[in-house]
Design a protein around this ligand. Structure first.
Ligand code: NOJ
Length: 741
């Protein structure tokens, strides 16, 4: 132990460690936590329940100028939006050397898809369907964050969403609870390390957010009301939170929204009955940014003080930025409105995390400049970011062999986004620098030769300016193929970035239409963080590549995919609608009583002006090669309550490139005590196939996979007939059936 803590604290901790030889590691930590708690005044305890932002980053509506003084007085035990070894050490020194007890600070930050080395934004990563790659991204993020002095990330965001109007779909894993759960686990493993050993100085504490159901705001408007049945909540929205908690995530962030009339931050139902009792969560609960105060606006508390009472009684341990606990809790305890026992329980959870991170052994153990230098932008991290970016890209269309491009073809690159680096990082870029990286056009020039690649901006990402059209068309006329990079400004996705139309903004598509008239092959590369209405682009372009915001290595990744150095394999983690009117549209819909396949033409569940089918279904994504599915078979026609069935399907690469296919397995429960979705994803395999190669892919079916919340809200499967589907997306599938006994 490095003797960097004040004498009183140090002596107490040493005394406890001498007594502890016979206890378990868990009780040893609890004893040490209690030994510290006993030294604390009520005010100091409340200080541990306070989290303030530094002025290094703005991620919410309020700032506080005085956090240094708060730290010094023991009024603030936790800081976010501060990073780098130099700055975190400076703040830590104030806590450790100038506050009475010297309790170390906990440093948090939104390390969502990278810290310095930025990976594709989370929805893009989800499109890889590659949990190992996603875990690697979180691992690299954790290493860089921890090496920059951080202990805690506010990720993973695991909110399911079916509404592309909501800007924050970019931060999650899309619409599906099964895929979302696997990705949630992978991210927790990556952040906290495989053995959840927070004492390892290259791990960070993960935060599951936003608890709960934040992904379903009405009309897709951020922070808006959420209302859903308990059954939908349990079967669709809850599983990824549960998976992340079961993977060991040690903190949970409450959400801004209400659910069934109760704001999550004051909901004992969510934070006690569900989170603690049902999911068995033992870690730390932090609010979202000022979400205690916002309960006044929600209208469940008349004052901040009342809102604070709701939160603390519901089990919120830490107040992010709201200053509510700090301003009112002491008096509320003194007046007997809150028991000090409740405060102690919350403080214990905060201190425990600090012990687990080893901060009481050495508060500066994350402050090492040499480590920071070694890990930030390490070559292996950049390689990983390139790999994940390539895997995240989804080929949506490829006609006339527009792709892959060939070296020697003259290309005209158009669009403001083609020359942008900042946009490539997307929202939540953490500490990522965009000066450090290549734009798409730079990367294309480096690969194909500057003389082969012309660039004209043509159209801006937004606005009505058409003044660049003529130059763009002139460049396009001289080219063999045109590559247009279009999409959304990075600020149009993420938090507080809801849209009422999901078209490609501005005049970008208008320029595309002009370019398409030239009759030359036109390739569109999309940068965006939500499903867009791409019906016009689908008509106009020969090829469409969804590149999301691909991160630090995005330029190179796009180039390698366009030139066929990497054969795209991504699959959509969210349905892309035909138009906004279809929203919400998702593959696990119910059949309804009047499905479209019924003969009667009028009285069906459909639109009169568009089909029900989306433009690109969930799970969709092409390759430069083709995969053919055949021979879907089951080892038995019946599944017993304790049994299993092996399913298999043959997948053949019939095209002329080696490739990767993501084989997807769906089921449908034909008759239930409540209506069941027309398809539910139950498994997937990522397989590599050389050209001409054929493989049998297997999947094991068990009754547990068929469980859901039945009519009486009990959880389990119901006997009866099921369909099983296998395919390369949720629409184009082979089908067979089995019976659950
Ligand atoms: C508000 C966001 O909702 C949350 O996701 C984020 O972690 C906090 N701000 C802190 O920046």
């Amino acid at each position: 132990m490095k003797h960097t803590l004040p004498f009183l604290l140090l002596a107490t901790l040493l005394a406890v460690s001498c007594k502890q030889e016979l206890s378990t590691p868990e009780t040893r930590i609890d004893e040490r936590v209690d030994s510290v708690l006993r030294l604390m005044t009520l005010e100091e305890k409340i200080g541990q329940m306070v989290l303030y932002t530094s002025d290094w980053d703005v991620t919410g509506p309020t700032m506080r100028a005085t956090y240094l003084d708060d730290i010094r007085k023991g009024h603030c035990g936790n800081i976010f939006n501060a990073h780098t070894v130099a700055y975190t050490r400076q703040l830590q020194k104030v806590a450790v050397e100038e506050s009475r007890l010297g309790i170390p600070l906990l440093f948090g930050y939104d390390v969502i898809h990278g810290h310095k080395t930025i990976f594709p934004l989370s929805l893009g990563e989800a499109a890889s369907w590659d949990t190992a790659a996603i875990e690697l991204s979180a691992r690299v993020s954790a290493v860089e964050a921890a090496a920059s002095g951080l202990h805690w990330t506010f990720a993973p965001m695991v909110d399911i969403s079916v509404d592309p109007r909501w800007g924050r779909v970019s931060e999650g894993a899309g619409e599906d609870p099964f895929l979302g759960s696997r990705i949630a686990e992978a991210r927790v493993r990556g952040f906290q390390g495989r053995d959840n050993n927070l004492a390892d100085t290259l791990t960070v504490l993960a935060t599951v957010k936003h608890f709960a159901a934040y992904g379903a705001p009405q009309a897709g408007r951020d922070y808006n009301t959420v209302d859903m049945s308990e059954r939908v909540f349990f079967d669709t929205y809850l599983p990824p939170y549960q998976a992340a908690i079961e993977a060991g995530a040690m903190s949970v962030m409450t959400s801004f929204n209400e659910l069934d009339g109760v704001p999550a931050t004051g909901s004992s139902y969510l934070l006690k009955d569900i989170l603690r009792d049902k999911l068995g969560f033992k870690g730390l609960v932090v609010t979202d940014y000022t979400s205690i105060n916002e309960m006044v606006h929600h209208g469940v508390a008349a004052t901040d003080a009342e809102a604070g009472l709701l939160a603390v009684k519901a089990g919120v341990d830490m107040d992010m930025q709201g200053e509510v606990y700090f301003n009112y809790l002491k008096q509320q305890v003194e007046e007997g409105l809150v028991s000090e026992k409740l405060i102690d329980a919350a403080v214990r959870r905060v201190l425990k995390v600090k012990f687990l991170l080893g901060l009481f052994d050495d508060p500066y153990r994350y402050c090492d400049e040499a480590r920071e230098k070694r890990y930030v932008y390490a070559p292996a991290h950049l390689d990983a970011a390139l790999e994940v970016a390539r895997k995240s890209m989804v080929l949506l269309k490829n006609d006339r062999q527009a792709l892959p491009l060939r070296k020697g073809e003259k290309i005209a690159v158009l669009g403001e986004l083609a020359a942008s680096t900042r946009d490539m990082l997307g929202s939540w870029k953490a500490a990522g620098d965009w000066d450090f990286m290549q734009s798409t056009v730079d990367a294309l020039r480096e690969y194909a030769g500057a003389d082969q690649v012309m660039y004209a901006e043509g159209a801006k990402k937004q606005g009505e300016d058409r003044s660049g059209f003529a130059a763009a068309l002139a460049a396009a006329r001289k080219a063999d193929k045109i590559v247009m990079v279009i999409g959304e400004d990075w600020e149009w996705t993420g938090e507080a970035a809801s849209r009422t139309n999901i078209l490609v903004p501005g005049v970008q598509t208008e320029l595309l239409a002009e370019v398409a008239k030239l009759g030359k092959p036109v390739v569109v590369v999309l940068m965006n963080g939500r499903p867009l209405d791409l019906s016009r682009e689908h008509r106009l372009a020969d090829a469409l590549l969804e590149a999301w915001y691909p991160g630090t290595m995005g330029g190179k990744a796009i180039t390698q995919v366009l030139y066929g150095e990497y054969n795209p394999s991504g699959k959509l983690p969210m349905t892309f609608p035909l138009n906004l009117g279809q929203v919400p549209v998702y593959y696990y819909a119910k059949n309804t009583g009047r499905p479209v396949y019924l003969l009667n033409d009028k009285y069906k569940s459909k639109y009169i002006d568009a089909p029900n089918d989306p433009l690109y279904p969930f799970g969709f994504g092409l390759s430069y090669t083709q995969f053919v599915y055949s021979d879907l078979t089951l080892s038995a026609p019946e599944l017993t309550a304790s049994g299993r069935i092996e399913a298999s399907v043959r997948v053949t690469n019939t095209g002329s490139y080696d490739g990767v296919e993501i084989v997807q397995w769906y089921v449908r429960d034909l008759v239930g005590s409540v209506t069941r979705p027309v398809k539910e994803l139950k498994g997937f395999n990522r397989i590599e196939l050389k050209k001409g190669e054929s493989k049998i892919v297997e999947f094991t079916l068990t009754p547990e996979q068929l469980a859901f919340h039945r009519i009486d809200m009990s959880y389990g499967p119901e006997a009866g007939e099921f369909r099983l589907f296998a395919g390369g997306n949720s629409r184009d599938v082979l089908e067979t059936g089995f019976v659950l006994k």
